[in-house]
Design a protein around this ligand. Structure first.
Ligand SMILES: Cc1cc2nc3c(=O)[nH]c(=O)nc-3n(C[C@H](O)[C@H](O)[C@H](O)COP(=O)(O)OP(=O)(O)OC[C@H]3O[C@@H](n4cnc5c(N)ncnc54)[C@H](O)[C@@H]3O)c2cc1C
Length: 466
């Protein structure tokens, strides 16, 4: 059956539903297509369930540390069925919220099934053919399953199947020492599993500065997580009691034995089964849809938003994509992807909040820069909470006095970083924040202090000590 619309939105992740709301609200006849779970990755297998589980893991950790705070508890046990039930409840509420919103939306029709382009303006969903002049692709991504010797011989988990785990894996081996692997690793260690994280690179989350990587390494190791870096030629073998992961590391045992294996080695876009060729839409060699600064593809009338365009990889970047497209189409407001500043968090405990450039990027840029740092052991709020791991670091352009970037690894780092981020958006000189009166006692109250103690970035021309 053929249906004609003004706009078709494929996928109900972090951009599609809000865009449907704006387009339908403007009077357009809109179709929304979802092949699986309403709300997409963030709601069902990403941010919301993992942060819900991180909260359970934090509770377990603090219960075990209770005596340090003068609190007596009985033996601490973790009931994984209840951890999962709490996660399912919170994630499920969000999923049904999105579904009911879309299904009850005026001017909007929901089609459930897999969408595939058959031409630049037509998409099939099962027996239905949907046509529109405007098509918005918000299909997200999924876990990469790499070609790894022996992987086809064993059962393995990804971030999606981890959502069904309602038991305690005796020994969880995680291949991948980046954001997703580290969050699951610390969480399951706190639930009570033995955890080994295997990483090919010489250090964890190697996109971060080395001092950040090292501090995170120390935090995880202090909780008893085994870290195997420099793992080359990773190979997998089945064992009676689980799996063996050959790591060929420079040091230590050449093999890690575990009961369960989690793959966390990256994400790939859901574009391989979308019929992009039929529509004439170009992708790059990794499958990401190529878009311009307003998220238009090479085909007039087709846009790509969220993880599938390779411009972000986070919920807030996908939502920002929606804002950019809606502003350009409906508000005559020329918002651009290039207007946004890098920002994200890593939700281990304590979290890492990041904004703008890393120190490495600043050095590589050749900018004349200043740097200020402070360990969390010198942050009153962290001391009072008994959570003094980590440090903060801010980089400033010595010429313009604008903040270039910051990393706050420490308690509330994911929140405090926004003070920096907003200063960066305001393009204000750092002296504005340096003179601002912040609230005591908070982590953010030390940001003006750090800015008052800036020093030339060592190793740069003109820096002291070089
Ligand atoms: C474990 C994990 C933790 C994460 N934690 C965070 C975090 O803390 N903070 C953060 O900002 N980000 C986090 N992310 C990333 C975040 O989840 C994603 O960036 C975000 O969900 C991307 O949204 P999206 O709209 O691009 O696509 P998605 O949310 O992936 O949604 C795409 C939707 O499209 C549907 N779809 C796909 N193909 C088709 C088709 N052909 N037809 C019909 N429907 C289709 C899918 O079923 C899905 O519902 C995490 C990711 C993971 C995996």
């Amino acid at each position: 059956m053929k249906h004609s619309y003004d706009a078709i939105i494929i996928g109900t992740g972090q951009a599609g539903p809000s865009l449907a709301g704006r387009l339908a609200g403007s009077g357009m006849k809109v179709a929304v297509i979802e092949r699986k779970l309403f709300g997409g990755t963030c709601v069902n297998t990403g941010c919301i369930p993992t942060k819900t589980m991180v909260a359970s893991a934090y509770a377990a950790r603090m219960a075990r540390r209770a005596a340090e705070y003068g609190i007596s508890t009985g033996p601490v046990t973790v009931d994984m069925k209840r951890v999962k039930a709490r996660k399912d409840e919170i994630s499920g509420r969000s999923r049904t919220g999105v579904e009911h919103w879309l299904k009850g939306m005026k001017n909007c029709t929901v089609h459930e099934g897999h969408a595939r382009f058959v031409s630049a303006h037509e998409v099939t969903v099962g027996e239905d053919l949907l046509a529109a002049d405007r098509i918005f692709v918000n299909v997200g991504g999924r876990a990469v399953v790499p070609e790894m010797p022996g992987l086809d011989q064993v059962n393995f988990l990804t971030n999606s199947s981890m959502m069904e785990v309602d038991f305690l894996p005796p020994h969880l081996v995680i291949v991948g020492g980046s954001y997703i692997g580290l969050e699951f690793g610390q969480m399951f260690r706190r639930f009570g599993s033995e955890v080994t994280i295997v990483e090919m690179a010489p250090r964890l989350i190697h996109r971060e500065d080395e001092d950040v990587s090292v501090a995170i390494h120390d935090i995880l190791e202090a909780e008893g997580i085994h870290l195997r870096l420099n793992a080359k030629c990773i190979r997998i073998a089945k064992r009676d009691d689980g799996v063996a992961v050959g790591v060929d590391c420079v040091d230590g045992d050449p093999e890690v034995h575990g009961s369960h294996l989690l793959l966390a080695v990256g994400r790939r876009p859901n574009t391989d089964d979308l019929g992009l060729e039929e529509a004439g839409v170009l992708g790059d060699k990794r499958g990401y849809i190529v878009v311009d600064d307003e998220l238009r593809t090479n085909v007039p009338g087709i846009w790509a938003l969220g993880d599938c365009n390779g411009k972000g990889g986070f919920t807030h970047t996908a939502y920002n994509d929606f804002e950019i497209v809606a502003a350009n189409l409906l508000d005559n407001d020329p918002r651009r992807v290039s207007d946004r500043i890098t920002a994200y968090a890593l939700y281990i405990d304590p979290p890492l909040g990041r904004a703008g450039m890393t120190e490495t990027e600043v050095r590589n840029s050749g900018k004349h820069a200043l740097i200020g740092t402070r360990p969390m052991t010198r942050v009153g709020r962290a001391i009072e909470k008994g959570e003094t791991q980590g440090f903060m670091k801010i980089l400033v352009d010595a010429d313009s006095k604008q903040i270039l970037g910051a990393s706050i690894l420490g308690t509330s780092g994911d929140e405090a970083i926004h003070t920096i981020l907003d200063m960066m958006y305001a393009r204000a000189p750092y002296t504005v924040m340096q003179r601002a009166m912040h609230i005591h006692p908070t982590v953010s109250e030390l940001l003006p202090t750090v800015l008052g103690e800036l020093k030339p970035l060592a190793g740069q021309i003109g820096a002291s000590g070089t």
